[in-house]
Design a protein around this ligand. Structure first.
Ligand SMILES: CC(C)(COP(=O)(O)OP(=O)(O)OC[C@H]1O[C@@H](n2cnc3c(N)ncnc32)[C@H](O)[C@@H]1OP(=O)(O)O)[C@@H](O)C(=O)NCCC(=O)NCCS
Length: 247
């Protein structure tokens, strides 16, 4: 509440008087979530995947070729929207996602040429990151094409648009900064950044620590209920064209 006693306005943002939803809306949301979960189960089962993650927004693109596999642990989440998340596994490859993993929109997983991508429990992968296990093309004549597994440990945070290159192992609890290109192994409990990513610092934490996150601590419903500040802007009278004539 601000000093004028207006509960709907704080720091220039419009806020709902109460973040508590009426019971009928909670009920409708539960129905919607249940329907979405059933849709996800059927969608994944049709691709031979018997434990489906929770889906936010839309179904991801699955290209799991014969002889390859994709699997999820319990209570993992995949967000896919206008930038679709893609899981591609071919030529006897596998993508193994642990429990409570959160995968943001537009993430690209490619496991090819008999390789695997393994994601540890409680790991979060930022939007539009890419994990690809093969280079697909030679660098110079006579050289082999590099293909190697990617292993991401438990409770890792991969920042948005990060690139994880073939053969990389990321140790538990570590953090990859946004847009970094990880070409070498990352030790546990370290923060790496840049292209190529280098260790910026290391930190201590207990083995069973799970990273806090806005996504989990702010109720999704509350975020959705916030009226957009742009609604206010739209209400302001349009500026007459003449005012811009000198520009
Ligand atoms: C991981 C992160 C939170 C770390 O923030 P931080 O602890 O405050 O780090 P700092 O800002 O103190 O930076 C430490 C060093 O890393 C560098 N750094 C930080 N982020 C970087 C990035 N994305 N790329 C390159 N270097 C980076 C800083 O320049 C600094 O370098 P220096 O010590 O040589 O000066 C932040 O870098 C980040 O990437 N946030 C995005 C998280 C994200 O994408 N989440 C998922 C959303 S979908």
């Amino acid at each position: 509440m601000n000093e004028k006693g207006d509960p709907r306005r704080e720091n220039g943002l419009l806020l709902p008087a109460s973040t508590e939803l009426p019971p009928w809306r909670k009920y409708l949301r539960r129905l919607r979530d249940r329907a979405r979960n059933w849709h996800a189960r059927i969608f994944f089962a049709r691709h031979g995947i018997h434990r489906a993650p929770e889906i936010i927004a839309q179904m991801p693109l699955l290209e799991i070729m014969r002889g390859s596999s994709l699997s999820f642990g319990e209570r993992s989440k995949v967000w896919s929207s206008n930038v679709q998340t893609v899981f591609y596994a071919n030529h006897r490859s596998a993508i193994v996602v642990g429990h409570h993993v959160s995968i943001n929109q537009g993430v690209l997983f490619i496991a090819d040429n008999g390789s695997t991508i393994t994601i540890g429990d409680h790991t979060r992968i930022g939007a539009q990151s890419q994990l690809v296990t093969t280079g697909y093309h030679q660098v110079a004549p006579g050289e082999p094409i590099k293909t190697a597994p990617i292993i991401v440990g438990r409770n890792v945070l991969i920042g948005r648009r990060a690139n994880i290159m073939p053969g990389v192992t990321i140790g538990m609890h570590s953090v990859v900064a946004a847009c970094s290109v990880v070409t070498k192994d990352v030790p546990p409990r370290s923060f790496v950044a840049g292209n190529p990513a280098v260790v910026k610092r290391t930190f201590e934490c207990p083995d069973d620590w799970i990273r806090d996150s806005e996504f989990y601590t702010v109720a999704h419903a509350t975020v959705l209920e916030l009226p957009l500040p742009t609604a206010e802007i739209a209400l302001q009278p349009a500026v007459p064209d003449e005012e811009f004539s000198h520009v």
